[in-house]
Design a protein around this ligand. Sequence first.
Ligand code: GRF
Length: 225
Amino acid sequence: MNELRPRLAVLISGRGSNLQAFIQACQGGQVSADIGVVISNRPNAGGLQTAAQAGLETLVLDHKRFPSREAFDAELARALHSAKIDLIILAGFMRILTADFVNQFQGRLVNIHPSLLPKYPGLNTHDRAIDNGDSVAGATVHYVTPDLDGGPPIVHVKCPIRPDDTGASLAARLLPMEHMIYPAAVQLHLTKRVYLAEGHAYFDGKPLPPDGIDWAALPAQDAHL
Ligand code: GRF
């Protein structure tokens, strides 16, 4: 661990494939930060093993053991402060965070959502896109605000929907794209090219459009190609 590099916390609830992408990106230099801690709200999350194999510090905060959402979030905040975390990465973290928590870390809290936000916040995004007859789906990295999946998008990637797609086939095709855009978006934040100010996201000093940067339009070095 390099004392001078920013420290990331990766919060997970499940398999942790995005966590794996960050482990590789930090090791490979595409993300100039270290993962200071991996926190799961589920004791059996597969990603905990991935983290342990990579020699990362892990912490389980089983939400079932807390009397309230507020109590869980207070302990989570305490753990993040004590690990001296600069940026919190929600990677398949299936828990709604309280407004108090989110406000405390605003501008230092990002998520990836499997839709082209602001379309389809919430669950079952791919099924909803298919049911609506959409021709394109996607994923979006965004700053987290108290508005669930409603924070300003940073980077999105588009994925065409095929006539025979199911929610599962679409999710499987999109996942490797998530693994590219999430570290790329985080690196733009870490290098201060992207930031949140007064509820708006900016890129190289200019306000971002409501759907963020199209990953396909990023120069190759920023897209981590
Ligand atoms: C991803 O599809 C992400 O978009 C969503 O949850 C899933 C997490 O997958 N928020 P993994 O645990 O990173 O493999």
